[in-house]
Design a protein around this ligand. Structure first.
Ligand code: NDP
Length: 612
């Protein structure tokens, strides 16, 4: 039996969960299996710590004030007056002056945290193992499962070793556990610190395998219908379905070659050693991948190439003339990429897989199995998210502007076309400028890379998002300056909400101590990450979606009110974001448990204030 370093009754210093702070604790016992020490703080709080989180008293220099020996919750008693009680906060926060503490206290919500050891079940210690808690508790009633506060896989780094929940949450957790204990015949469970498990069939999103299959067929069909309709003189819905051109006209090898050239050119730009390298959010195994942020440079280089092409008189309207073939070529490419991604994911290690995968082949092909597929340092998902499709979208818009002038024999583009082009250009430039924000999105953190994102990024974005510009080429709409001013005002109000909300959250996630955010209220969660509950995120639960939808409407309005076709984007986007919000809500409930419920009570509306 390996020898233990600290004896029962020994007074040592134990690390505060998730921080670098050490407090005086007494060793009570050590679990022979897990090798975790149960330690007791001065206020009676008991906690389990790893040996590496315990240090002998002698390894610390004594501070005169003696404050360092106070128990965490006593310390919190004074520190809780500071801006955050998060155990993960750096020590500098405890060096704030008393007046600062008092001042900040009034602005911030305080949720007292109670520390206690994890629940013992028989001889083994129950730990969150990455599975939803229902796994291994099949016999627990549905009601219990629903009520149970979840811990996320992400938060499991803390949760695997410590039970950190607000006191109320802890009481409720205890109640639920004891209720479960009454109902459950326990099966022996192996102790696992961490494991990425497959999504249960009942948890599958998008209607499971059947839904995924329908979407994979439905989306390309819908795309081609939209593109064919857009070319019709009268693109009313009553004229559905549009006449089909001969099948042979859907394919042109040269077009496919241009698509490949575009993709690899963007890949080349991405590989250039310019732009800063940053770390992504921690993965489930604690690693942090590195990403090079050079999307904006890629955009500049692309603009230079487009400028040179125009100067040399290269006929860019070729893209407009072969728009359908381009969409087909991009679809073929995205399907081929999805197959490649699926096949390579079969060889990926468990740690590389996304938590969304299920074991259902169709569903996994759609949602993606591998979280961050990389060829060397080249991250395929990250690259596809913002480069070929997004930059391609604005290039297509520009080509539509040129096509409008050519088709309608105009010397200058229409005001409607200028509005659509500049609004969407702003959106794309904003995304590239704030590229780092991508690293905290669901797409990067949660979703694997499969057909959903490959088709979405490489086909849907460039060919559906450019529909307004495509529509205006053959359906001119004169916009008065007065109406244009209203649309511009709408666009900028949407942009303000979108940008401010996203920036506020990103700044908070990057540095919860950011002095610019000191006025905002927060709710503490058991994962160590906190939730903003005032400012933009106290207005509705997804202010960024609200702003995005306002902007989407402003992109459609320049096309007038003759047809619904240019509004398809805003309709589709509303459905997408409502569904996305529900997915995110589900994830956040798992991650934050009762703290999330509390947030929902404080901020009842999801996207649209007083409506939804
Ligand atoms: P969000 O950027 O809204 O991220 C959601 C995450 O934010 C949550 O999972 C949670 O993660 C964190 N969060 C939620 N509430 C709070 C809070 N109160 N305080 C602090 N953190 C909170 O979601 P998306 O990734 O879906 O969207 C990113 C942007 O991309 C949005 O602006 C969206 O409109 C846009 N978008 C555009 C699309 C397009 O096609 N044009 C498609 C999809 C999105 P955690 O706590 O783990 O940090």
């Amino acid at each position: 039996m390996p020898s233990r370093k600290f004896a029962d009754g020994e007074v040592v210093r134990g690390r505060w969960p998730g921080s670098s702070l050490y407090y005086e604790v007494e060793v009570l016992s050590q679990d022979s299996k897990s090798r975790l020490y149960t330690v007791k703080y001065k206020d009676g709080t008991e906690l389990e710590l790893k040996e590496s989180d315990i240090k002998p008293l002698t390894s610390f220099r004594q501070r005169k004030s003696g404050s360092s020996s106070s128990s965490p919750s006593r310390r919190r008693g004074s520190r809780s007056r500071s801006r955050s009680r998060s155990p993960g906060r750096p020590p500098k926060s405890i060096r704030r002056s008393a007046s600062q503490h008092a001042e900040i206290k009034d602005k911030k919500e305080i949720v007292e945290i109670n520390l206690c050891p994890l629940k013992q079940s028989g001889n083994s210690i129950s730990r969150y193992n990455g599975k939803p808690d229902r796994i291994g508790r099949n016999d627990v009633s549905h009601r219990n499962i629903q009520d149970k506060p979840y811990l996320s896989q992400e938060s499991s780094y803390l949760a695997t070793q410590y039970s950190l929940r607000p006191r109320k949450e802890e009481i409720r957790f205890e109640e639920i556990i004891s209720q479960e204990e009454r109902n459950v015949v326990k099966e022996p469970k192996s102790v696992k610190i961490f494991e990425i498990t497959a999504t249960e069939p009942e948890d599958l999103e998008f209607g499971g395998g059947f839904g995924a299959f329908s979407i994979m067929i439905g989306l390309p069909v819908m795309l081609f219908m939209l593109l064919l309709m857009c070319r019709e003189k009268d693109p009313s819905l009553v004229n559905l379905p549009p006449p089909l051109p001969p099948l042979a006209s859907f394919w042109e090898t040269r077009v496919f070659g241009v698509c490949l050239l575009w993709f690899f050119l963007q890949a080349l730009f991405h590989l250039l050693p310019v732009g800063k390298v940053v770390e992504g959010t921690p993965l489930y195994d604690g690693r942090r991948l590195k990403y090079r942020l050079n999307g904006f440079y890629a955009f500049i280089l692309t603009s230079v190439i487009i400028g040179i092409s125009l100067y040399w008189g290269i006929e860019l309207c070729y893209v407009y003339d072969h728009f359908l073939q381009f969409a087909v070529a991009a679809t073929v490419f995205s399907v081929a990429l999805s197959i490649y991604l699926y096949v390579r994911s079969l060889k990926a290690s468990k740690e590389e897989l996304s938590p969304g995968k299920s074991g259902n082949i169709v569903y996994d092909f759609f949602i993606g199995r591998e979280l961050n597929p990389r060829i060397g340092h080249f991250d395929l998902k990250y690259f596809c998210e913002l480069r070929p499709g997004l930059i391609g979208w604005v290039v297509i818009n520009l080509i539509m502007l040129l096509a409008e002038m050519k088709v309608q024999q105009r010397e200058t583009p229409s005001l409607a076309m200028i509005l659509v082009n500049s609004f969407q250009l702003l959106y794309v430039v904003d995304a590239l400028w704030n590229e780092e924000a991508l690293l905290t999105t669901m797409d990067i953190i949660h979703d694997g890379f499969g057909f959903m994102l490959a088709f979405g990024d490489l086909v849907w974005v460039p060919f559906v998002y450019s529909l307004q510009a495509f529509y205006l080429v053959s359906h001119p709409n004169e916009v008065s300056w007065l109406f244009a001013s209203v649309i511009i005002a709408l666009k900028f109000s949407g942009y303000t909400v979108f940008r401010c909300a996203n920036s506020q959250k990103n700044a908070f996630r990057k540095n919860p101590d950011d002095p610019n955010l000191a006025h905002l209220k927060i709710i503490h969660t058991s994962s160590g990450k906190n939730l903003l509950v005032s400012g933009w995120w106290g207005f509705v639960r997804h202010p960024n979606y609200l702003g995005d939808l306002i902007m989407a409407l402003s992109w459609s309005l320049p096309c007038g009110f003759n047809h619904i076709l240019p509004y398809i984007y805003v309709i589709y986007f509303t459905i997408l974001l409502i569904h996305r919000e529900a997915r995110d809500e589900h994830q956040c409930k798992k991650k934050y448990g009762l703290a999330w419920e509390k947030y929902c009570q404080r901020v009842p509306y999801r996207i649209f204030p007083y409506i939804y």
